[in-house]
Design a protein around this ligand. Structure first.
Ligand code: ADP
Ligand code: MG
Length: 454
């Protein structure tokens, strides 16, 4: 039996090593201790409960598949905590962990180097184009960079993908570092924070982890929506937050949705995230999109004529990363092939990006259309202010489906319905409550979902 599990596990790890990226493999798989194959069950040992939970949530399926292949039969996977594997000599470290592992002893030179290389040099306040959509967030970030811990604490930046959240967070860090080179700033994604936490648990270096994160001057966490549903991690972050907040250290958070919409985020964290200021970045208007493209030309030392810039700005509306990508793609194609940048070239080269953009823009409209047809109301009533119940409810159903079937946050969905995000949230809870008791509605919704997915 023992020989059997070793052989099977060797094959499983061989396979997983090939398909997972090396960091993931080292962090999650290498430390697993194969315990036994008992009948239809494979028991795997890991160091603690956090590992059990994480593996069960994220890697159970691929481990089970690999096991089935290696053992020649399906096996149930059971994780057991309290089993440590002797540590291998070399363990890969996440960038943040390097800082965690050697905060006090690293020579200053090294620290400065690693501090600056973590940032994109272009992500500064000077390079940030201010428009109606982002001026509030810009001002808040700028104030925080000038007087960390004093202006707004915490500062929560919310906005859709590619609208400049990371740019602003890094601008704060770089601005503070430009004035005070040795300021102790920790900028990382919530995923990196999670990884450092897991590593500290595994390596039993929690005191050092705490000592490190609770003593920074400024903590900036990007993409905090990744914190969802990880209890121990949220607990730890809660204490980190309190320690920093009480010491008047600046905390800045960024996410694609407001705190109360982050699924699985503990209430006490939601409320803390809302203690300070929440600033939203909206989609840029045409004027801002043109200004951004002009600025990007300078940043990248490239040149396109005004007609081409207008053309791109008119077609790509929802994501600045994509806007920038379109320009770079066009200009690099032209410089590689010697073909001049013309509207015709732009039209041909950028079509896939426009399609992608349309795909995003259309989905709300498609949902509205399908729902309107189903309930036999006019499409215009999906966005109108009229309130009779025979219109209001279908509209709520459409809002509910937009929330469920797309990745968009409720403020974004609100825009598509001419409403604010609270209306969308209200629609979602109303429909959910009715779904519990109303089997006809359940059936209607499953018909609608099937239509939309086909
Ligand atoms: P997010 O983190 O919100 O997904 P990023 O901060 O990564 O978005 O921004 C995506 C790209 O768009 C980056 O190259 C960034 O420099 C650029 N960008 C976003 N907003 C602006 C702006 N207002 N001015 C200049 N560049 C911007
Ligand atoms: Mg980002």
């Amino acid at each position: 039996m023992t020989a059997d599990i070793s052989r099977v596990w060797d094959e499983v790890t061989g396979h997983l090593r090939r398909i997972l990226n090396p960091d993931t493999f080292d962090r999650w798989i290498a430390g697993i201790v194969p315990l036994a194959l008992d009948g239809g069950t494979c028991r795997l040992g890991v160091s603690n409960d956090m590992f059990c939970e994480w593996l069960a949530n994220h890697y159970q399926d691929i481990i089970a598949q690999a096991l089935e292949k290696a053992a020649g039969r399906p096996l149930k996977v059971v994780f057991e905590s309290g089993h440590d594997r002797p540590r291998p000599a070399v363990v890969r470290a996440a960038p943040a962990l390097v800082a965690v592992a050697a905060p006090a002893t690293a020579p200053t030179e090294d620290r400065e180097e690693s501090e600056t290389s973590r940032y994109n040099r272009r992500f500064t306040f000077e390079n940030f184009v201010i428009g109606e959509n982002n001026k509030f967030s810009y001002a808040a970030c700028y104030a925080v960079a000038k007087t960390p811990g004093k202006a707004y604490n915490p500062l929560f930046i919310q906005g859709g993908t590619g609208l400049g959240k990371t740019h602003l967070l890094q601008a704060i860090s770089q601005e503070i570092l430009s004035r005070k080179r040795r300021a102790h700033i920790e900028y990382l994604s919530s995923e990196e924070f999670a990884n450092s936490f897991i590593d500290a648990l595994r390596d039993r270096t929690m005191p050092r982890f705490r000592q490190h994160f609770r003593n920074v001057d400024v903590l900036l966490i990007d993409d905090v929506h990744f914190f969802t549903g990880k209890e121990q991690l949220q607990e730890e972050f809660f204490h980190t937050f309190n320690a920093l907040y009480n010491a008047h250290k600046q905390i800045v958070l960024a996410s694609d949705r407001p705190p109360h919409e982050i699924n699985g985020l503990e209430k006490r964290l939601v409320s803390r995230f809302e203690w300070g200021l929440t600033a939203e970045i909206q989609r840029p208007d045409l004027e801002t999109r043109v200004a951004i493209l002009r600025k990007k030309q300078e940043d990248h030392a490239i040149k396109a004529d005004d007609a081409t810039i207008d053309f791109i700005a008119n077609r790509i509306r929802s994501n600045i990363r994509r806007l920038e990508g379109a320009l770079i793609r066009l200009v690099s194609f032209s410089s590689m092939t010697g073909a001049p940048v013309t509207l015709a070239l732009a039209e041909k080269m950028l079509q896939p990006m426009f399609d992608e953009e349309m795909g995003n823009a259309l989905s709300f409209e498609r949902i509205q259309k399908v729902v309107a047809e189903f309930y036999d109301v006019r499409l215009a009533d999906m966005t109108s202010k009229r309130r009779p119940a025979n219109i209001a409810f279908p509209r709520q159903v459409a809002m509910y489906l937009c929330r469920r079937l797309t990745e968009h946050s409720s403020p974004t969905i609100g825009e598509a319905f001419n409403r604010n995000h609270a209306t969308i949230l209200h629609a979602v809870t109303t429909v959910e409550a009715r779904l519990e008791k109303d089997s006809d509605l359940r059936q209607s919704l499953s018909v609608l979902e099937r239509k939309l997915k086909s």
